[in-house]
Design a protein around this ligand. Sequence first.
Ligand SMILES: Cc1ncc(COP(=O)(O)O)c(C=O)c1O
Length: 358
Amino acid sequence: MMERKFNFSAGPGALPLEVLHEAQEEMLCYKDAAASVMEISHRSPQYTAITNSADSILRELLGIDESWAILYLQGGASLQFYQAPLNFLSGQKCADYLVTGTWAEGAYEQAQMVGDARIAASSVDKNHSYIPPVHTWNISEGSAYLHVTSNNTIYGTQLQNDPTVSVPMICDASSDFLSRPIEMDKYGLMYAGAQKNIGPAGVTVVLVRQDFLARIPSGLPKLLDYRTHAKTLFNTPPVFAVYMVEKVLRWIKGLGGLDQMKLLNDKKAGLLYNKIDRTDFYRGVANTDSRSNMNVTFRLPSEDLENQFVKQAESAGLMSLKGHRSAGGIRASIYNACPVEAVEALVSFMGHFESNNG
Ligand SMILES: Cc1ncc(COP(=O)(O)O)c(C=O)c1O
């Protein structure tokens, strides 16, 4: 078998090796099902046990009880850009959006199709290199919610904590979900495509507060109404993706939960930012007070050197370091499953590359 490289992919991203091994062992026969998990009913006792376990670990990790519904939906985080306002902006006066990157912009644009979506604050003036300070956010009178993107995957910025605002927040947490503790009581809805921090592509985990659900107007298309999924297993869920998510959740719990994840992620990000800050050769893209612990973005003195960096890193066993096509530069995505050794190897490579080219 080809050797696995250290994987810095922005998503779909690295999965814990233990999780992949476990899935490999169960591939042909899942427990007593006498078939793979992909070949059994989503209403079977085996699959029901999987979702029950995922629900219960999620509740434990996040400290949420039955006052939150947990949904496993399809359509990616991108569908949530429309589904969230359809449910919570329809029939309401307005909603506010924090526009801190391409994905946040996408969410704002979709909300405009539903109702009066307004920009609370934007970082577009400085190419999304910072998070506007909370005191500058303009929350409208009568706003139904504030939509925020907790981590901006492309630009490498992140909300440094869960902000306190006067309305419930809806959060796109796709690229930092479960990377640190979350103050869930500040949110009405949180959604995350699984493929960065908690599993493979194909499922979006949606957490929605029961009292928030009660605000949804009637008459929405059945599949797009969150209540349809909160009530029952309405249609076939992405069974294999949920099965993998459950394993990743167990892995996070086994490591010690979200406090421990935060310590690990702080450590990894600290190693990289220290390296960047120690030289003029590497230049961080995000403002220091807005830096992401998940996507570390930086530039080299020239695009030519950046191309060489990516190519030589690949040969040295470090894959997927090229920045997003719209942003350029280098992006190291160091999600939960990226081991400290991978970051240490990258820091060491950066030292060699600088010595040879600086
Ligand atoms: C923060 C954020 N939101 C939304 C998306 C889009 O997710 P999906 O491809 O699951 O629709 C991404 C994808 O990278 C993302 O990083």
